[in-house]
Ligand binder design. Structure first.
Ligand SMILES: Nc1ncnc2c1ncn2[C@@H]1O[C@H](COP(=O)(O)OP(=O)(O)OP(=O)(O)O)[C@@H](O)[C@H]1O
Ligand SMILES: [Mg+2]
Length: 268
């Protein structure tokens, strides 16, 4: 799988990664943040440890913890410490890749501060751990208006360079679909699905439209023999957020299937 389009962003990302900068890639759901970072880290042969942000993640999980049975036997010795991803990345001089950083609780985010600029961290009973050259933090996040996220603190933002990814143009999105679905999909039908997906982003009654991931999902269902309307109605309503609670997502998608060009557009 290769990265389609995104030439400028890929170049910027690669340069920042090679320089060992801390990098934050921000953008709406499904624009290819995770894919871009992972592909480029592999391309430049940079080793990384991946962590996926979630609201119940803990500081101990990120740094590591002392294993109680060993501590009971031997006390707080080094071998009793079970290393977490942050310490592994620091010790080995690798990239810590945190997917969806803003889903992490604030306390977990704060742990990163000294590691990112002073390149060291002090842990109770373990002492100071220094980062080897090559260590940096690369993260992705959805913009603030997306739900279930904890906005990053100013202190944390101040330690990152930022790259913003937005939806790609139609031509690139068609290519992405072709790469994912391959020769199994009829290109005219895929293009029709993509037009509906793209319309959801401009629709006045839709707060958050669907991404190319949604179009890929429609393509997969079509591949499996579902008809066009069924596939769209299964894959799209759950992937949009309507502007007012009285609106029915399924009904909106149904209207777009009938006519993907006539709808009230968002005011810009
Ligand atoms: N430029 C691109 N080239 C090739 N494939 C892409 C590109 N952009 C997105 N994709 C494909 O689209 C899908 C969604 O991408 P990805 O999971 O990276 O999105 P994301 O921004 O991380 O989404 P989320 O915010 O939900 O985590 C993946 O299947 C990915 O392979
Ligand atoms: Mg992602």
């Amino acid at each position: 799988m290769k990265i389609i389009g995104r030439n400028k962003e890929s170049e910027q990302t690669k340069k920042a990664l090679k320089l060992g900068r801390n990098l934050l890639v921000e953008g709406p759901v499904g624009v290819g943040k995770t894919f871009l970072i992972q592909t480029l880290l592999k391309e430049i042969k940079k080793k990384f440890v991946r962590v996926d942000g979630d609201t119940r993640y803990t500081e101990q999980k990120l740094t590591g913890w002392f294993d109680p049975p060993i501590v009971l036997k031997k006390g707080y010795v080094k071998e009793a410490f079970v290393e977490g991803p942050l310490l592994t990345a620091m010790r080995e001089g690798q990239v810590l890749f945190i997917n969806e950083l803003n889903r992490m609780p604030e306390a977990v985010q704060n742990i990163l501060l000294p590691a990112m600029d002073e390149r060291m961290i002090v842990l109770p009973k373990l002492g100071e751990v220094k980062a080897k050259a090559g260590f940096s933090v690369v993260a992705t996040q959805n913009p603030k208006e997306f739900t279930a996220t904890h906005a990053l603190s100013e202190a944390l933002l101040d330690r990152f360079e930022m790259i913003h990814l937005d939806y790609q143009d139609e031509k690139d999105e068609i290519e992405i679909l072709k790469q994912e679905i391959g020769g199994n999909g009829k290109s005219e039908t895929l293009a029709r699905a993509l037009r509906i997906v793209r319309a959801t982003r401009e629709h006045a009654a839709i707060k958050r439209g669907a991404s190319v991931r949604a179009a890929i999902a429609v393509g997969r269902l079509l591949e499996g023999g579902l008809d066009f309307e069924e596939a769209c109605l299964m894959a799209l309503p759950s992937r949009i957020e309507v502007s007012s609670s009285g609106t029915d997502a399924r009904e909106l998608i149904h209207e777009l299937i009938q006519n993907p060009t006539q709808f009230e557009k968002k005011k810009t």
